[in-house]
Design a binder for this molecule. Structure first.
Ligand SMILES: [Zn+2]
Length: 126
């Protein structure tokens, strides 16, 4: 039998964007309070009985989100060639966070869930 643990932390940031080429009001400059959930999976706990310390995971997620916080997303180099949609943001956050040294062995970033509003979200997996 395999023990599989899944832990989640949530953080948030505020930023402005617009969607190029969109026929509707999202084509105009506006802001969101983006809520981002990081979901980590693994099979082995450390000597304390933890997969990853929540505090460490949260700090690592915050480090990535700080690069977007209070920014105009369209003018970031990351989004020079594509729209800063919730989908593209989720992929970008995933790739930046997945590269962190806090993950090792079977413990990996499983998904990033980006909420653009309480009722609309995107989940990105790799
Ligand atoms: Zn928007």
């Amino acid at each position: 039998m395999i023990n599989l643990y899944e832990i989640e932390v949530v953080s948030a940031f505020e930023a402005a964007h617009y969607i190029r080429g969109y026929a509707g009001k999202c084509a105009r400059l506006h802001g969101h309070n983006w809520t981002v959930k990081a979901i980590v999976r693994g099979e082995e706990l450390d000597e304390l009985g933890m997969l990853i310390d929540f505090k460490i995971l949260k700090a690592e997620l915050k480090k990535v989100l700080d690069t977007f916080d209070h920014r105009f997303l369209n003018e970031l180099e990351t989004f020079a060639a594509e729209n800063p949609t919730a989908e593209n943001l989720a992929r970008e956050i995933f790739q930046q966070l997945a590269a962190s040294e806090i993950f090792s062995g079977s413990t990996k970033l499983h998904a990033i869930k980006v909420h653009e509003s309480p009722n609309s979200s995107v989940t990105y997996h790799e």
